[in-house]
Write a protein that binds this ligand. Structure first.
Ligand SMILES: [Zn+2]
Length: 122
């Protein structure tokens, strides 16, 4: 199974966020029957986290894999610095690129905009 660690990490963080939310609701509803309070707390959690989970599991932005390398020469401006290159998204794959092109942060942002304009999910 191919695990996207960005999605997995965000999902684990999201579970941690649900803990204080549910605990807070249970404290507010402390005078209520515990079972009813838990049902209400889970309903509130579900109303919020449905949207968070949907983003985590369907966002095309999270599908993008980037490679970051120190001390590269930017293919566009020639600056020697930390470089970025888009390796793979849902509809773009440079995994087996024999001459990978790295760009500085500024040029990488411009290139990303160009790719988006061409319909690449990034
Ligand atoms: Zn550059």
């Amino acid at each position: 199974m191919d695990v996207n660690f960005k999605r997995y990490g965000l999902y684990l963080v999201r579970w941690q966020l649900s803990t204080p939310l549910l605990a807070g609701v249970l404290i507010l509803l402390a005078t209520m029957d515990p079972l009813t309070a838990t049902v209400i707390a889970n309903l509130i959690g579900g109303l919020i986290f449905f949207w968070v989970d949907r983003f985590i599991f369907t966002s095309k932005v999270l599908a993008a894999q980037w490679e970051v390398k120190e001390n590269i020469k930017c293919v566009d401006c020639g600056k020697v610095c930390r470089g970025y290159r888009l390796v793979k998204t849902t509809n773009y794959d440079k995994t087996d690129d024999h001459a990978p092109e790295f760009r500085c942060e500024a040029c990488s942002e411009k290139k990303t905009e160009e790719l988006r304009a061409r319909g690449v999910d990034c």
